[in-house]
Design a protein around this ligand. Structure first.
Ligand SMILES: [Zn+2]
Length: 374
């Protein structure tokens, strides 16, 4: 058929196999999984979700067997979210990785993410497949440009010519948006329309269009409204020794990551201009009736008194908020699991009401992150 060889050649270039008979494509690699969305199938939920949404759906299942590592929860079963792929039989599976565990404090390893299933065939016009093609072609061209510069400079007297074309590392969050009661899911790129009758003539222009979208994404700051993402970025930068070099913007103020993060033990010592920070402190947890109470270990000065702040999370609040299941899981690791205590991060300041001192969250759990400490 017309264009089949051409299509096969393009997919082969990026380690994908094209089957000209069924018009389906299979990925051949396991590394660099850049999927941002999948279709999740659970007995009580189904739909397109980003990995954080999928994790919340998983964790919102009740624990039915405490002796099992996954507490008897039904594991996530996911398929490709592209409608053309969902129409295939069998439907191509997508694997969810590292979604069942609570985040550990200081852990900068890659968190929950999606992975292609190497045995499954996708529609040749699958959006995610073409996005991967676009990304890989882009990476290859950039590598070729770098090599070109190196080759050109190798004969010159200046052996230390900087690699100007090396891509800037933008794997950390640039902007934290304090969103209030924003109910958006994570920043999964919107699916652009990809024709289903794709052939050799339409494939390249389609890939080119997706590529322009990717360039736009890359050249614009990476934004999140979830504090957990910021904490993960900070942990990674700290481990790489870069937390003083890289900057983060919050509410129009840009500071280094290192400058944004403060330990609760320093709270009483800072002046008013330093109050608006990302605070963190260790806490013990209790569960009574319909609420969890986290008691911070550090004291803060209120007038001439020293008070230990505490944070109360009601079931009602946890059930209402998209981050609720995730936060509850970290606290439970401390109450029922092996965690010794929890580390609480929040953006903002402390509210003082008589003897009650508590993180000022305005019920916005996106501004709160809880990690289990083992
Ligand atoms: Zn697909």
């Amino acid at each position: 058929m017309a264009g089949a060889d051409e299509i096969g050649a393009i997919f082969a270039k990026v380690d994908m196999i094209y089957d000209p008979t069924s018009h389906r494509v299979k990925v051949q690699f396991q590394r660099q999984d850049r999927l941002t969305e999948a279709f999740v199938l659970l007995p009580h939920a189904a739909g397109n979700l980003d990995i954080n949404g999928a994790q919340a759906v998983y964790l919102s299942q009740p624990r039915v067997n405490d002796s099992k590592p996954d507490f008897g929860r039904v594991p996530l079963f996911c398929i490709c979210s592209d409608e053309k792929c969902r129409g295939l039989s069998p439907q191509p599976r997508i694997t969810a990785i590292a979604y069942a565990e609570a985040q550990k404090d200081g852990s900068y390893k890659r968190g929950p993410h999606w992975r292609w299933h190497p045995d499954d065939w996708h529609h040749r016009a699958c959006f995610w497949l073409l996005r991967e093609v676009a990304q890989r072609l882009e990476t290859e061209e950039r590598r070729a440009r770098i090599k070109h510069i190196d080759d050109a400079s190798s004969g010159s007297s200046d052996k230390y010519m900087p690699r100007q074309q090396t891509p800037r590392r933008t794997d950390h969050v640039d902007v934290f948006v304090v969103s209030g009661q924003n109910d958006d899911t994570e920043e999964a790129p919107k699916q652009r329309l990809v024709p289903s009758d794709i052939d050799g003539r339409t494939l390249l222009p389609t890939v080119q269009r997706i590529r322009e979208g990717l360039r736009y994404e890359r050249d614009h700051p990476s934004t999140t409204s979830i504090l957990r993402q910021v904490v993960s970025s900070y942990d990674r930068l700290k481990a790489e020794g870069r937390s003083k070099e890289e900057v983060l913007a919050i509410e129009g103020v840009t500071r280094s990551f290192y400058d944004w993060f403060r330990m609760l033990s320093l709270y009483s010592a800072v002046n008013a201009s330093e109050i608006q920070r990302i605070w963190s402190g260790g806490a013990s947890a209790t569960h009574k009736d319909d609420r969890y109470v986290l008691y911070f270990y550090d004291k803060v000065n209120v007038g001439d008194r020293q008070i230990k702040p505490r944070l109360t999370l009601t079931d009602e609040l946890l059930n209402r908020h998209r981050r609720g299941p995730f936060l509850r899981e970290a606290v439970r690791e401390c109450l029922e699991g092996d965690a010794r205590y929890v580390k609480v991060y929040w953006y903002g300041q402390l509210d003082v009401n008589g003897w009650l001192v508590t993180p000022d969250l305005s019920d916005d759990l996106d501004r709160l992150h809880i990690a289990a400490v083992y």
